[in-house]
Design a protein around this ligand. Sequence first.
Ligand code: GDG
Length: 460
Amino acid sequence: MSRLITVSNRVGIPTTGAGRAGGLEAALREALEADGGIWFGWSGEVAETRSEAPAILKKGKVTFATVDLSRADYEDYYLGYANSTLWPLLHYQLGLIEFHRKQFRGYMSVNAYLAQMLAPLVEPDDLIWVHDYHLIPLAAELRKLGIKNRIGFFLHTPFPPTDIMVALPHHDMMMRALCAYDLVGLQTENGVRAFLDYIAREANGRLEFDGSLSAYDRLTRVVCFPIGIDTEGFAKSAVRAVRSVEAKRLKASIDQRLLIVGVDRMDYSKGVRTRFEVIDDLLSEWPEMAAKFTYLQITPPSRSDVVPYQTLRREVEHAAGHVNGKYSDIDWAPIRFVVKAVSRSALAGIYRSSRVGLVTPWRDGMNLVAKEYVASQDPDDPGVLVLSRFAGAAVELKTAILVNPLDPGEIGSAIHQALLMPVDERRERWQAMMEVLRANTIDDWTANFLKALKATRPLD
Ligand code: GDG
């Protein structure tokens, strides 16, 4: 029986009870528990020097193996190349990309180091599943060390079109590194098409009759696996959560008003800045909507050591204050802006209590908030999802109101439509989305990826 080794930038060590884990973390842990396995990655600690060997923690059939990184690694690999070069590139934000050779070298060096730390833990039959853009070169580095196991990679972000990809200095190296995997999983068919287009135009590779991709003197597979959520679990916890203290506090505080909710990490790709302009447009176009709704935006801080994230925080705080200053009355303010994380169960209750879920990223690999919002709704009186057409989730959630996230006027009209939408139409739209979410859960996603990885041929 093959063991599973998952590798991700941060490791989901169960510290505070299983109930706290997010859907992805819980699903990966479950997959590891099934046949036993290892979860390997950075500990999240920045130490004077890198660890000489992984710290090992065993819980049941799962081993958590983590290493510390140095301050230079944190700056060059994590803040630098991963989050200031690759993240904006993968979200089509060419104007925000920074590129420094020192950071690129740091990124390559951390990947080589992680491969050295991981290689001794690998047994011949293990399946290795690597996650996300921090770790693109890991398979190539493991191959250099003689690891012949089947290695899969899943990219949680979008995969951009060729004309954007080639803006990355060393794009050829990154693509060659991706093709060192036996299986590359992407969120959407659009991403798969972009990958194949790059390989055909820039790498002189081709798609073989059996569906594998021949490039850089080897074969790989590139397949779309849209990530899902624990649909029924979320639905159940939303039912419980509306009875929680937090949900009751929220309900009492908004009075009879309709709630609009947005939940996003503080990240420019999520389109949070535009949303305050949306509320401004909405209230100037339909002044009679004043005091009829409350817009609650929950935005946990994220990557606050990266300069564009600091700028974003200042700008959004300013924008929220500006709109509130313009429209508030003594007993009502249009916006509640919460810059901190709330508990997972409170989140489910908040989703369920709100008439509109506002999810308008400029670009997003999938966007789990959109799916969680739908799963949390009351079947008899569901809320309406207003969703960016540029989120991966828009491919599946076709009966949301789809909007262009760059057009505040269009989003404002969509909210207006959602606030006034009759219950029959809300139910119809919700049922169609819920069917999709039941047919593709996080467990299906894990099982589908692992099945496809097992079906690839190990190296001789
Ligand atoms: C990446 C890709 C892709 C948010 N605020 C709180 C909180 N959250 C949880 C949400 C959701 C998760 O964080 C965010 O997931 P998203 O999918 O929306 O976005 P990213 O973090 O950017 O994730 C994305 C995803 O990977 C999976 O492949 O969909 O495209 O960018 O689960 O509920 N959770 C709690 N408190 C908060 O305040 N507890």
